[in-house]
Design a protein around this ligand. Sequence first.
Ligand SMILES: Nc1ncnc2c1ncn2[C@@H]1O[C@H](COP(=O)(O)OP(=O)(O)OP(=O)(O)O)[C@@H](O)[C@H]1O
Ligand SMILES: [Mg+2]
Length: 352
Amino acid sequence: MSSRTGEDGSVTQPPRAEQPLLQVEGLRTHFSTEHGVVKAVDGVDFTIERGGILGMVGESGSGKSVTGLSILRLLDPRNSTIAGDRVLFDGEDLLTKSDKEMRAIRGRRISMVFQNAMTALDPFFRVGDQLVEIIQLHQRLGRREARAKALEALELVRIPEAGRRLSSYPHQLSGGQRQRVMIALALACGPDLLIADEPTTALDATVQKQIIDLLLDVNRELGTAILMVTHDFGVVARMCRTVAVMYAGRIVEAGDVRTVLERPEHPYTLGLMRAVPRVRSGVRRKSDRLYQIMGAPPVRAADAEGCAFAPRCPEAAPHCSTEEPPRVEFGNGHAVLCHERVASEEAGRVSA
Ligand SMILES: Nc1ncnc2c1ncn2[C@@H]1O[C@H](COP(=O)(O)OP(=O)(O)OP(=O)(O)O)[C@@H](O)[C@H]1O
Ligand SMILES: [Mg+2]
């Protein structure tokens, strides 16, 4: 959001309510590995409005989890570097916060449901005690009040017999219930932003739908904004207003969900969408076989050049492998990183 000039000519920041809740600009996260530097996140920009839901999709290894973990600065500084222009949360740059300040933000203002949520619960502690611990970490409450809040959190995620479940150990719950507990832990302190990293992947279709409905209710009733990381375009269509498609550490296409799903422009998005099985009347036909994008997503080395998708792209031209792809905008926030779209735009202009 741009600054504005005040009556006295000074530049003032817009009021907080007008700023997006999260504004990520030029985020870069690199790991040093025995094979050299890996650019897991390589210049990512996106915005989440207050109460908004952004879907983030992309194949395995494209950098979705590392993006979420970088926002919360949860990566081990011994082998990772988070650089970036800015990660503005509620107008404040998280990249300049001290560790102490970040501890106050995590769980309280931004929380995350981790991808390996099933194993993230401590097996030796009762569900209620784990909730009370996180509540007391952020709020000065006595044990009785914290326990009442823990019960509220379990009720919020619609765990049956929530009162009794406070005394359960994680292994006494079903997979779907454990996932609800993870969401309760993330929501217990009323965050403004929830980073949900594939919160439904390990669950069967019915439970998946229930969890999506639950997250939608939380978004509507509490106004919690959500960064929804998923492999599933169906989930994006159901939940999200905007979507970002990641490939090899970059957002290669972004825009509002309807536009991107109905008129995808990037060859990678087109490939991903063709990979979604269409099941008509419950019967899979031969033509519904999963289309696969040939090849595998790359691990980006530090000296890699050109468009990372070029080796797998059906439309690639020679310069795609050597020159950085430009950002092409189609209006209304819909944009792609692609040489070929520039070429087709120019061709369109010439023929017009
Ligand atoms: N701690 C780490 N050390 C080195 N490389 C890492 C580390 N964590 C992630 N990476 C690499 O960063 C890249 C992005 O990983 P990330 O976990 O963000 O992928 P993802 O998009 O979440 O994939 P998935 O859909 O499988 O969850 C991968 O190449 C991965 O191997
Ligand atoms: Mg992941």
